[in-house]
Ligand binder design. Structure first.
Ligand code: NAG
Length: 309
């Protein structure tokens, strides 16, 4: 180590990082954090479906669903069932209960409530007399879920005693958001809610349940038949489905920095059938000017270390 000082290693590492082949940053990414991202979701503008892009974004490796009531982390996506699960930060769970603001979905968005089970919590008793427009909102046949959930010690977070009376809780079924798309807790005279995405084979043990609001989504941004075929061809060739402004026409974003309307395999040599403009884009992304400043930064930092040593 003495003969090869630290600055020398820094210089070597800098040069190595610079010369190792790194894929050019694709405009669209196939993951966000640990979630696999495929059509109709996208990691930025121009990726996925244009109908989803205003609502779903990838920010600091977190996929977020944004509605008029807030931004909610998306914790899982099932492409097979066309569902996703969000975990609203102020939703109650067995480990933490709290007063919740209304949860809303945007009327024009492609999302609807899915199959998760909503419990309304800390409501004005008795919940059996809760109505919306004259019809009861609670399903009395599932009240055992309230009894189970109310065994969680964190109920005190809702201003309730331990093992509170279950007539302050109910299973909201069928869950139905109001005309503005909101779960309007104030109108229901409840302080909080929880949503159970899965009982994980432990229907009586709320500490094992998986909490989250499951939503269904509808594709339907482009013609389904056209989209299903083109997007599948694109994804099968390693590309990511996206769209281009202003017409929102379909593009297949290929990972070596070019776009096509069909399969990434068809354009194996990106220089072959492209216009001058496209070639310019591709060339400039290969001989990126950021190369040189990174090397100089490395040399400079090594020099500073040498002087300090
Ligand atoms: C390819 O498409 C993506 C997404 O629409 C866009 O952001 C990117 O600029 C396009 N790249 C080229 C080289 O046209």
């Amino acid at each position: 180590m003495d003969s090869l000082p630290l600055p020398f290693f820094i210089l070597l590492i800098t040069l190595f990082l610079q010369t190792s082949p790194s894929a050019p940053d694709s405009a669209c990414k196939s993951t966000c954090g640990s979630l696999q991202i495929k059509y109709p979701f996208g990691t930025s503008t121009g990726c996925g479906s244009p109908r989803f892009q205003p609502y779903v974004t990838c920010s600091s490796d977190k996929l977020l669903l944004t509605t008029h009531t807030g931004s909610y982390p998306i914790t899982s996506i099932s492409y097979k069932d066309s569902t996703l699960t969000i975990t609203p930060p102020f939703m109650s769970t067995c480990s933490s209960m709290q007063q919740s603001p209304n949860l809303g979905l945007d009327w024009a968005s492609p999302f609807q409530l899915g199959p998760s089970v909503f419990l309304l919590l800390s409501c004005t008793p008795p919940t059996s007399s809760l109505t919306i427009n004259g019809s009861p909102v609670c399903d009395p046949s599932s009240s055992h879920l309230c009894a189970s959930f109310y065994t969680c010690p964190s109920v005190i977070g809702l201003g309730l005693p331990l093992f509170p009376p279950t007539n302050t809780c109910c299973v909201y079924s069928p869950a139905n958001f109001n005309g503005k798309g909101d779960l309007d807790l104030r109108a229901l005279k409840c302080m909080g809610y929880t949503s159970i995405a899965s009982f994980q084979d432990s229907p009586t043990n709320p500490s094992e349940w998986q909490y989250g609001v499951t939503l269904k989504y509808m594709n339907g941004a482009f013609d389904e038949y056209y989209m299903n075929n083109n997007c599948k061809t694109c994804e099968d060739s390693g590309g990511i489905c996206g769209y281009s402004s202003p017409t929102n026409s379909f593009v297949c974003v290929c990972n070596i920095g070019f776009n096509t309307t069909s399969s990434c395999f068809n354009n194996f040599n990106p220089f072959q059938d492209y216009h001058e403009d496209d070639q310019a884009t591709i060339l400039s992304s290969i001989s990126s000017p950021t190369c040189s400043w990174k090397i100089w930064l490395g040399v400079l930092s090594s020099l500073i270390f040498c002087l300090a040593a």
